[in-house]
Design a protein. Structure first.
Length: 368
């Protein structure tokens, strides 16, 4: 566990996300490693966000602070579609691709009454840098991960994804403090709880497309890093294959299928599955099945026998694999085997019945 300067300060609960995303407030996420497999502070700090920490959101496209969110405490590894946007990445010609990532869920997004632009932040640079200098004097030699850096005679936002925002900066940013105080004033979530039904649905959805290291096909994985590495590799291989055939659009976060590919004027919906085992079977969610039955142009890309190894640092590496491409994919319902059903116990529709109630029990007889 990294000993950050705020590690012993429970009141230091602010971070700042610096992003161009169009879904600000939904989560914070970053690759587990940057280009070349190295760790960078802006990515590594995602793992430091804890339940009920607050995240200030800076929209780097509009150059303004736009809102505040609360971390729920839920975190999970999953492949993420990512490209670094810093100057070094641009010079290196970085292209978006699927990478193993860490996601920390957010909730209770609260926009500022008015976005706070970079021009105003620059006007208040002396107060902001005074906070930085005081911290540096208190923690000499430690990295602060401060959200702003000196730029010529002014300031600019640190070219990173996530920064640590000291609470003291709120004195210089009352507009942000107002949103933070309002969020703190709300009752925080009691913690992430799921019913048995919700948990079963989550596990089925998470398992579909995420393999188990066995020779029996695709199943429920026990190693999260292996799941993510295999799925990431399969998604990238499918992207590489279909990019040669037409324009590819990623839809994995918004639809029940992974890619839309325009081929000769036809929009093909591509489902991607990966497994380290033989391609005997795959897991499908109910939405995936329904879509495959209803949409006329569906394709299935399966990458099986993916080789999974660990490097000297213990990180999982997935490579190789055998492609099986079903284009079109005509789903044969006879090959479907249900692994669970959702059953509503009570309802008003005919045939659902009414709940059984235990009859009242007569008081036990007391014998002399």
């Amino acid at each position: 566990m990294v000993a950050y300067w705020w590690s012993q300060r429970s009141d230091e609960n602010l971070f700042m996300e610096i992003t161009r995303r169009d879904d600000i407030g939904s989560d914070v996420k970053a690759p587990i490693a940057a280009r070349g497999g190295v760790s960078t502070p802006g990515y590594a700090l995602v793992s430091a966000v804890q339940a009920n920490n607050l995240v200030i959101h800076y929209d780097s496209a509009a150059e303004q602070i736009v809102g505040v969110s609360r971390a729920t405490g839920e975190r999970y590894n999953e492949p993420i579609w990512w490209v670094a946007r810093g100057s070094y990445a641009k010079k290196a010609g970085a292209k978006p691709k699927w990478l193993p990532g860490l996601v920390v869920a957010l909730a209770d997004y609260r926009p500022l009454a008015e976005p706070l632009p970079l021009a105003v932040l620059r006007q208040r640079r002396l107060a902001l840098f005074a906070v930085r200098d005081a911290l540096q004097a208190e923690f000499p030699g430690q990295r602060l991960y401060f959200p702003w850096i000196q730029y010529q005679n002014s300031l600019r936002t640190w070219q990173t994804y996530l920064a640590k925002c000291p609470n003291a900066v709120l004195d210089a940013l009352p507009e942000v403090k107002e949103a933070v105080d309002a969020l703190i004033g709300e009752r925080p979530p009691a913690g992430l709880t799921r019913s048995d039904v919700e948990e079963a649905e989550r596990q089925i959805t998470a398992a579909a497309g995420r393999p188990r290291a066995s020779r029996k096909g695709q199943g429920f994985a026990t190693d999260q890093q292996v799941k993510v590495a295999v799925e990431t590799h399969a998604m990238n291989e499918a992207l590489l294959y279909y990019s040669k055939l037409g324009k590819v659009t990623d839809t994995s976060r918004t639809a029940s299928f992974d890619y839309v590919v325009e081929i000769s004027g036809v929009s093909w919906h591509v489902e991607v599955k990966g497994t380290s085992g033989d391609p005997r079977e795959i897991l499908l969610t109910p939405n995936e099945v329904q879509h495959a039955l209803e949409y006329p142009h569906v394709a299935l890309f399966v990458l099986s026998n993916i080789e999974v190894t660990r490097d000297e640092q213990g990180d999982v590496i997935a490579c190789g694999g055998k492609r099986a491409i079903f284009h079109p994919w005509l789903l044969d319902q006879a090959q479907l085997s249900p692994i669970g059903y959702r059953y509503r116990l009570y309802g008003s529709s005919a045939g659902l019945g009414t709940p059984y109630t235990e009859p009242e029990v007569e008081p036990k007889q007391t014998w002399p």
